[in-house]
Write a protein that binds this ligand. Structure first.
Ligand code: SF4
Length: 705
């Protein structure tokens, strides 16, 4: 039996795993005791990873060879790689020649490794000549990115996991880590057991398992997070709990924020949020007066039309109280995907360039063009996730290259997404799994290697870069994502850059990583001192890790922020309610979220029978009193309608769901529900700053069938 150290491909905790294999078959997995994210522990998903790579799964669920669909609706036929690459290059070149480079769009994934991200970014921007490259991380962390940049000056989570061992107050908001980030939650449980005086506050419209564990649960109305944070800040200011010396020495913009929150008294905030004023005051006191307060937050803040306002409102609290840059103190966004962070670092999104650069800056574009060896990068702003599909539906985007993600399930307003995919002239899907909802729309399917089969790196929520390693070769003729990119890019370069030095003369993932590393040098995320060899020798490392320098567990300990004048910025954004309005036709607030044992659209976790033991099928959860009001009993089928679509589903009573609210897990798609899945109900409206859509809220009605 062989053993290979690698990283779990599910959530952003980024646990280390040891893969056991016999020959070309993965046979087992266990936690890596040496990995500082998990110290050997794994949750239900991580500990069953080997069951996603059984011979049966490989034969029945994986995409094993390139497939071509001669016409829409036709059965895809197997073709050789050579022909697949030729077809991809010819079709893309033809569309580019006729409609220009911006008629091509790339929709990639936070599941990709940093090296893959880098390859796609270079292909889109340096070879095709478009900024139309965005990632499903747009649905995940883009509000956190903009929140950090607006307040602290850089997209850099300042705290780390070890801060759980030092925090006296942990403020968890818009997150259910007991289910969505289980190994980190185990660390919180251990910290609480060791120091019972630690206060845990959970803000969530539902009484989740995380809320059950808390000392204080603020069960706010969905979408009222900004009002809550402003009410907390009001209490902190007028009760004298802010850190005036820290504000004076290290921040700017406090007076404007103070003026904004003057009217958001604790009583008013409690009224808007639907909570007791005394609970709000208690939370304000614990947060502000504890020696060290740490925030953990995730999609409840991000997936919102006010996502950036929610993120900045939370970071405002840390700045106002000086709860940042010390052991146990600071905001720590929990990334949803395994490598959403690596995607941000490598600039694999329409609004980013490598090394935390800005595509709107001529200086930044020139720096990257020099590093890559191309003349110039495109200047036209790229389209973000929802905008890409809106443009495709309008006929402006003619070709979409979709990688390791399933937009025909996961994007909001599914009716529009399906129209967009149908309207495209050419859809390429690069995937490990053969049967995702998006596969039905693909003209060309390219089989990709998956977990346990590929080499590279990922970065977890605490800025820690871990190696991902291959234990076995990919099945069938599947290939590493970067290699698929390279082979098509070389064909495109031969036509678009004849006689020029090749941008894709690349033979290994490490070569791509070294190019990525070069783009970080001198930037806030400088990893000039890191190498594959050092990661192999010393294990996972946090950035920044400059040449000759030392890694830093937490940022801003010296009170100097990444803004031009070194001062953090308070951001004053008013509270705004969610886009969908409750009315007589749609009287219930729907929130969405994760189950403990499933992952995203279940293409991987859905291959493991035992993971359905926790929840076997989707159901809409309602408060027990809301069932009889609608003539429903548990198990009834009900029609669920929003202004954006409808679906039919069984209902269940759940006392953890507040009256007049509803909850639906995010994982099931059309194949289970007989329609578009959960995102039939959600809308494409997004935060104006981060362009992250409001996947977490819809106004709905529920009627018995
Ligand atoms: Fe994998 Fe996340 Fe579970 Fe760790 S906590 S084993 S990274 S799913």
């Amino acid at each position: 039996m062989a053993e290979t150290r690698s990283t779990c491909p599910y959530c952003g905790v980024g646990c280390g795993v040891i893969i056991e294999s016999e020959g070309e078959q993965i046979t087992g997995v266990r936690g890596d005791p040496a990995h500082p994210a998990n110290f050997g522990k794994l949750c239900s998903k991580g500990s069953t990873l080997h069951l996603t790579a059984t011979p049966l799964v490989l034969q029945t669920r994986r995409l094993l060879q390139p497939m071509l669909r001669e016409g829409r609706g036709a059965q895809p036929q197997a073709i050789a790689w050579e022909r697949a690459n030729e077809i991809a290059a010819e079709r893309l070149l033809a569309i580019r020649a006729q409609h220009g480079p911006d008629a091509i769009g790339f929709y990639i994934s936070g599941q990709l490794l940093t090296e893959d991200y880098h390859a796609f970014n270079k292909l889109a921007r340096a070879v095709i000549g478009t900024n139309n490259i965005d990632s499903n991380s747009r649905l995940c962390m883009s509000s956190a990115v903009v929140g950090y940049k607006q307040t602290l000056g850089a997209d850099a989570p300042p705290a780390c996991y070890e801060d759980l061992d030092h925090a006296d107050c942990v403020f968890i908001t818009g997150a259910n880590p007991a289910w969505a980030h289980p190994i980190l939650f185990r660390r919180l449980e251990a910290a609480k057991a060791a120091r019972p005086a630690m206060k845990i506050i959970v803000v969530d419209p539902r009484r989740t398992e995380s809320a059950e564990f808390a000392d204080l649960h603020l069960q706010i109305l969905p979408g009222t997070d900004v009002a809550l944070c402003q009410g907390l800040l009001h209490a902190m200011i007028w009760d004298g709990w802010v850190d005036a010396a820290y504000i004076a020495a290290h921040t700017q913009g406090f007076e404007a924020l103070k003026a904004l929150v003057r009217g958001m008294t604790p009583r008013e905030a409690a009224r808007i949020c639907g909570i007791e004023e005394k609970d709000l005051l208690q939370a304000a006191e614990w947060f502000a007066r504890s020696p060290a307060s740490l925030s953990l937050y995730c999609q409840g803040l991000n997936q919102s039309s006010s996502g950036t306002a929610k993120n900045t409102a939370l970071i405002n609290l840390h700045l106002a109280t000086g709860q940042i840059g010390r052991p146990g103190a600071g905001p720590l966004s929990l990334t949803g995907q395994p490598n959403a962070m690596g995607g941000r670092e490598s600039g694999g999104m329409a609004t980013l360039l490598p090394g935390h650069r800005d595509p709107g800056s001529a200086e930044h574009r020139d720096e990257i063009a020099r590093l890559w060896g191309c003349d110039a990068l495109p200047t036209a702003p790229g389209k973000t996730a929802v905008e890409l599909f809106e443009a495709a539906a309008r006929g402006e985007i003619k070709a979409l290259w979709i990688v390791c993600t399933n937009p025909a399930q996961s994007l909001p307003e599914q009716a529009l997404v399906r129209r967009a995919l149908e309207a495209c002239e050419f859809v390429v899907l690069q995937e490990a799994f053969a049967d995702t909802a998006t596969a039905a729309y693909a003209d060309l399917l390219l089989p990709a290697a998956s977990w346990g089969e590929k080499e590279g790196t990922v970065t977890n929520s605490e800025r820690r870069i871990s190696r991902v390693r291959a234990a076995v070769p990919p099945p069938g003729s599947a290939r590493a994502d970067w290699r698929i990119v390279r082979d098509i890019a070389q064909r495109l370069e031969a036509r678009l850059r004849p006689g020029r030095p090749g941008l894709f003369d690349i033979d290994s993932a490490e070569q791509l990583w070294l190019e990525h590393r070069a783009a970080t040098v001198g930037r806030d995320l400088d990893i000039g001192g890191l190498s594959y060899a050092l990661l192999d020798m010393k294990g996972p490392q946090q950035w920044p890790y400059p040449a000759g320098g030392a890694p830093r567990a937490r940022l801003y300990e010296n009170g100097l922020f990444a803004t031009p004048n070194g001062r953090a910025r308070f951001i004053a954004k008013p509270y705004q309610a969610p886009l969908d309005k409750l009315d007589a036709r749609h009287p219930l607030s729907l929130t969405t979220g994760r189950l403990r044992d499933q992952w995203h659209g279940m293409s991987r976790s859905g291959t493991v029978a035992r993971l359905f033991g926790h929840e076997g099928a989707p159901a809409l959860s309602l408060h027990p009193a809301d069932l009889p009001r609608r003539g429903l009993v548990e198990g009834d089928l009900a029609r669920i309608r929003s202004a954006h679509g409808e679906l039919v589903l069984t209902v269940r009573a759940d006392a953890g769901v507040a009256p007049a609210q509803a909850y639906l897990p995010m994982h099931w798609g059309s194949e289970f529900i007989g329609g578009f899945g959960i995102n039939a109900l959600t809308q494409r409206g997004f935060c104006p700053d981060s362009k992250q859509p409001e996947l977490k809220f819809a106004a709905i009605d529920v009627q018995r069938l």
